[in-house]
Each structure stands twice: as structure tokens, then as C-alpha cells.
Design a protein around this ligand. Structure first.
Ligand code: ADP
Ligand code: ASP
Ligand code: MG
Length: 407
């Protein structure tokens, strides 16, 4: 007998028929003698709709009330799944975030789980009942509802698995595993049977939304046995494992992309010590995260151009901050562009091999794609390009690194 956590994403619980299908899968694990806790997302599209309701009332909303609204989609699916399980003769009940409770900090809209009290859930499971928990939601010490950031149900599931000391955490989604790149864009993407925590973390943080970044961090920290698999087939999925469990390491494990980037350029800023501190200080004060940065070499020693990227949702606010400090920054012109995408090549093999970045630049050059900004770390190279080239770039890079599936 094993204790397992099963998580079902938005598409997997997209309508009542699909929820019934999920109930059958859960019953299968119960019938096999396992103790089961299930974590569910909201039906696909519901969270977006709830966010739209909030922003249509006010774009500058109280994040505590935002959380009350957007967490509600998961409440619906957890109740429906408990009902569907009962209908199949499986004893089950829902446990909302505040009921267990799932304790989080107060960072509304992007809260972090501090602790999950599993005592009641364990009693339930010992008595043969399936525990159904809505993902994405928690509660603060002063009893206010929180949410964990978009895609946060993955993190709920992994944190629950860690708290329950589960034998497995299976993430059921609409693809049958983690691929070398998004299989919805590159049809030749290959399924990875295993991927290291470190590479998965890098892929997730660079935009591969198949797992929320935080969920991989929690799994890594607590050594949760994590698998990504399909709700719609019985194919084995992808195991996320420690580096020493991988026998033959590929040079490049995958290619990720993020459309959530916007580029801002300050033309003609003074080329003096302290200029970067002057510009990025006020942005940090406004809680705007800056991702990539490039400063051109100044030709005359007097002025230079500074380009940086922020999240698309922060672009308007970032431009506003820059304009407010125009006199201090002393630039000649301000440009902003939301039509960019960041494409990244990821692989631990990069540590020991030269020429990885060059292959990326060449493949993009061969397609006539201009690179606007570059950034690198030990196991990744990222470039910023025009958004319209996303598909072309992903396919070209996938081929250039020899990742294409045969046939
Ligand atoms: P869920 O609603 O189940 O949480 P998500 O939409 O959050 O599902 O994540 C699954 C999606 O992630 C897939 O449909 C796929 O388009 C996308 N994706 C992006 N990169 C990858 C990748 N490398 N491997 C698999 N899926 C990926
Ligand atoms: N429903 C939430 C979202 O759409 C959480 C999740 O599905 O993981 O972001
Ligand atoms: Mg998701």
C-alpha cells in the first residue's frame, strides 16, 4: 500500500464529464489498495474569467479580495470531484485551504506555503476516505484567504505530498510528460523519460509552464517523487529525479520560451559610474523585477543606450517610473516594446562543453532572426527576439541541437 497525491490541472477537470473521468482514475488507485489525496485546479478558463471580473471593477485592486475571488474556481472543482467519487461508491470529502489548513505568508496573489497541517487529512485517509484539496489556495495566520500565483496548484500538490510524506506525487495534465520543448508548438518535440530537478527548475523558471517553478523547488527540497503524466492516457510520464539517477546525460535537455517579457530602452543615458544604480533603484522600489539587462558600449564615451526587460504586466508601470525620474536619469529617448519573447536553451551538459551558445546564435542567424538581448548562466543561454519569430526560432533550435524526434 502506498500513499499517493494525484493532481489534476484545468483541462483535466474542464467539465463535468472530465471530472467523472478523474474520479474513475482516482478509484483505480483506491481499488489498488492505495491511500489517496487529490489536488484539483479550477476548470480551464475559469481563473482567467475570475481575474477579468476583478480587473473590470478596478485595475488597482485590493489583493486580499482578489484572492477571495480567484481562489473560488478550485472550491467548485473540489466539491464536484468529491461528489463524483461518492457517486462511484468511493468515500471522499473536500478540504478547503482554510479547513486543513494550508498556512501561507501574507503575500496575497503570490503567497508561499509555510506549513500544511495534515493531521485531519491523515485521519480521513486512515479511515479509507479520499481527501480532495483545492489547489492554489491557502490561509494566513489572521485567517485571510490567499492564492499561490498562477499555476500554483502544482505547488499545492507537491507541498501536500511533502507534508504527508507521500510515496509519490503524480501531476496529471493535458500532455503526457515533459518534452524537450512545448509539444504544442514543435511537433517533433521528444518526451523526456527523466529530467533532473535542476533542469526542470530552470525550464520552469524560463517559461515551460508544465510545472510551476515553486513546485519544483519544494519537490527538490523535500525529495518528493514527482511525475508528470497525462489525464487522458495511460502512457508512463516523466520522472523528475536527482542528477545521479540519470545514466546518460544529454548536452541540452530542452528549450523554453516566455512571452511574458517586455523590452524598455533608454537611449542616450550618460555613460558615468552610478547610472545603473540610479535607474534600477526606483524600479526595485516599485517592486518591478528586471530580468535581462544590456548596456551598449558608448562610442563617444559620453552617452550610451540601456536596455532591460520586465514582465509584460509591469511594462506600463515601469515606463511610468522611468518617466517620473526622467530628469535624474537624463536619457534622450524612451522606447518600450511588448512584442518580444525570451527563448532559452537549457542543459547541465553546458557546464563541460563549449560552443553551445554559438550554435544557438548561428541557428537563429541562418533564419534571419535578430537577437536583441542575450543572457547566460551556468546551465542556460537566453536570447530576446521579436515575438513573431517564436515558433520559427523554437523549431530551428530544436533541430540545431539534434533534439527532433524521428519519424
Ligand atoms: P495544467 O492546467 O494541467 O496545470 P498547464 O497548461 O499549466 O496545465 O501546463 C501544461 C502545458 O504546458 C502543456 O499543454 C504545454 O503546452 C505546456 N508546455 C510548455 N513547455 C512544455 C514542455 N517542455 N513539456 C511539456 N509541456 C510544456
Ligand atoms: N487555477 C489556477 C490558475 O489557473 C491555478 C492552477 O491551475 O494551477 O493559475
Ligand atoms: Mg499548470
Amino acid at each position: 500500500m502506498a500513499l499517493i497525491v494525484m493532481k489534476f490541472g484545468g483541462t483535466s477537470v474542464g467539465d463535468v464529464e472530465r471530472i467523472k473521468n478523474v474520479a474513475k482514475r482516482v478509484k483505480g488507485e483506491v481499488d489498488a489498495g492505495n491511500k489517496v489525496a487529490v489536488v484539483v485546479s479550477a476548470m480551464s478558463g475559469v481563473t482567467n474569467q475570475l481575474v477579468d471580473y476583478v480587473t473590470s471593477i478596478t485595475p488597482l485592486y485590493d489583493t486580499r479580495e482578489y484572492d477571495v475571488v480567484v481562489s473560488s474556481g478550485e472550491q467548485v472543482t473540489s466539491g464536484l470531484l468529491a461528489l463524483a467519487l461518492q457517486d462511484l461508491g468511493v468515500s471522499a470529502r473536500s478540504w478547503l485551504g482554510w479547513q486543513l489548513p494550508v498556512k501561507t505568508d501574507k503575500a496575497h496573489g503570490k503567497a508561499r506555503i509555510l506549513d500544511i497541517d495534515c493531521s485531519d487529512a491523515l485521519k480521513c485517509m486512515d479511515a479509507g476516505e479520499v481527501v480532495v484539496m483545492p489547489g492554489f489556495q491557502g490561509v494566513t495566520a489572521d485567517h485571510r484567504v490567499t492564492t499561490l500565483g498562477r499555476g500554483g496548484s502544482d505547488t499545492s500538490a507537491v507541498a501536500l505530498a511533502a507534508a504527508l510524506k507521500a510515496d509519490r506525487c503524480d501531476i496529471y495534465t493535458d500532455v503526457d510528460g515533459v518534452y524537450t520543448t512545448d509539444p504544442r508548438i514543435v511537433s517533433k518535440a521528444k518526451k523526456l523519460h527523466r529530467i533532473t530537478f535542476e533542469e526542470m527548475l530552470e525550464m520552469a523558471s524560463l517559461g515551460a509552464k508544465v510545472l510551476q517553478t515553486r513546485s519544483v523547488e519544494v519537490a527538490m527540497k523535500h525529495n518528493v517523487r514527482l511525475q508528470v503524466r497525462s489525464s487522458f492516457s495511460d502512457e508512463p510520464g516523466t520522472m523528475v529525479v536527482n542528477e545521479d539517477e540519470i545514466v546518460e546525460q544529454e548536452l541540452i535537455s530542452g528549450i523554453a520560451y516566455s512571452r511574458d517579457e517586455a523590452k524598455i530602452t533608454l537611449v542616450g543615458v550618460a555613460d558615468q559610474p552610478g547610472v545603473a544604480a540610479r535607474i534600477f533603484g526606483p524600479l526595485a522600489d516599485a517592486s518591478i523585477n528586471v530580468d535581462m539587462i544590456v548596456q551598449n558600449i558608448s562610442e563617444d564615451g559620453k552617452s550610451t543606450d540601456m536596455t532591460f526587460t520586465v514582465s509584460k504586466t509591469d511594462m506600463t508601470r515601469a515606463v511610468d517610473v522611468v518617466k517620473k525620474h526622467a530628469a535624474e536619469f537624463g536619457y534622450q529617448e524612451l522606447k518600450s516594446d511588448p512584442n518580444v519573447v525570451k527563448v532559452s536553451v537549457v542543459g547541465v551538459g553546458m557546464r563541460s562543453h563549449a560552443g553551445i551558445a554559438q550554435r544557438m546564435f548561428q541557428a537563429l542567424a541562418d533564419k534571419g532572426i535578430n537577437i536583441q538581448v542575450i543572457s547566460t548562466s551556468e546551465i542556460k543561454v537566453s536570447v530576446l527576439i521579436a515575438e513573431e519569430y517564436t515558433e520559427l526560432a523554437l523549431r530551428a533550435l530544436h533541430t540545431a541541437y539534434g533534439l527532433d524526434a524521428e519519424g
